[in-house]
Design a protein around this ligand. Sequence first.
Ligand code: NAD
Length: 349
Amino acid sequence: MQHNIALVGFGGMAGWHYDLIESIENLTVAGIWDIKEERRSYAQAKGIHVYNGLEELLADEKVDLVLVATPNDVHKSIAIQAMEAGKNVVSEKPVTLCSEDLKEMIAASERTGRFLTVHQNRRWDEDFLTVKEILKEGKLGEIFRLESRVHGSRGIPGDWRQEKEHGGGMVLDWGVHLLDQALLFYPEEKLNTVYATMTHVTNQLVDDGFTADLGFSNGVHIIIEVGTSNFVSLPRWYVLGANGTAVIEDWDRNGRIVRASGVDEGDVVPVITAAGLTKTMAPRREDSIHTEALPKVESDIRDFYRNVMAVLEGREEPKIRLEQVARVMRLMEAVFESAEKKQVIEFEK
Ligand code: NAD
């Protein structure tokens, strides 16, 4: 079945969606609307239909799907207006700025019977899927800690991302991805505790980075860190099990798994440092460990839209479910609260 999507907001991310949609069967961009003249002219120059306003876009009967790719603070009003006009909606992340707003959006979806979902595209990132595969394989033994980091060194990009009223800051920007991923590793477990800190190195108005320690009911802790003043990046992922460790250095998935081979090291030769000696922190003897490549995984981000179309045709369940989106939103609120109060937040009992 053919679907026609209209894009509201035609900035950097909508351009990415446009190119992606061009490569997907049965999905066509009907046109765009952006409040900025320069973005409308840019679209026109690319041969894309430009509507005369949001109302005209929403009145176009051939459009059954609307992508909201504006700054974060206007996702809610545009999404609700679109659903009330009979359109199904894909909102860019974060879906909106707080749980109360999200409730209004979900209520609009229920009232109108229109489908609402969120572009949590980083569920298709292959580094994330590699970690899921490592956990599934179980070769590291009992996992006790996962660390997930993204580091840049240029502060917060853009303009609206630096302003609170537009939903700026890194918790709402990268945080929403990393926290969403973190909640997918152990979906059956409760997230008991959240402790977070924030940085304001380049911006006082919004967070330009944060750390969060998520304590799950199975004892696993997931550490999340987003940094924008990090001139040396730490690995994207670090996964610790009782029997081995995995490291994924970057988005290209350079990395390795190192695990105990079962060969007894015997007496450990201590490392002599400038001011003492240690056996505990001495490197392993080579034959007591195996080093191996990371498992191979592949993904296709076009499956996001293929799933949206399949949901509209009643063939599949949504891959990005609103109760998951709502849990991530509550978690982002807990991150803000913890950092502000300098306290551990009890999240789920
Ligand atoms: P951007 O500033 O490049 O583009 C936003 C566009 O929206 C601008 O052209 C602006 O003129 C337009 N706009 C603002 N208010 C509008 C309104 N009321 N009606 C119509 N147009 C309006 O920003 P961006 O980087 O494209 O980000 C847009 C959204 O996409 C944000 O929510 C952001 O978080 C999200 N995003 C997601 C990813 C991802 O990987 N999922 C990556 C980047 C951005």
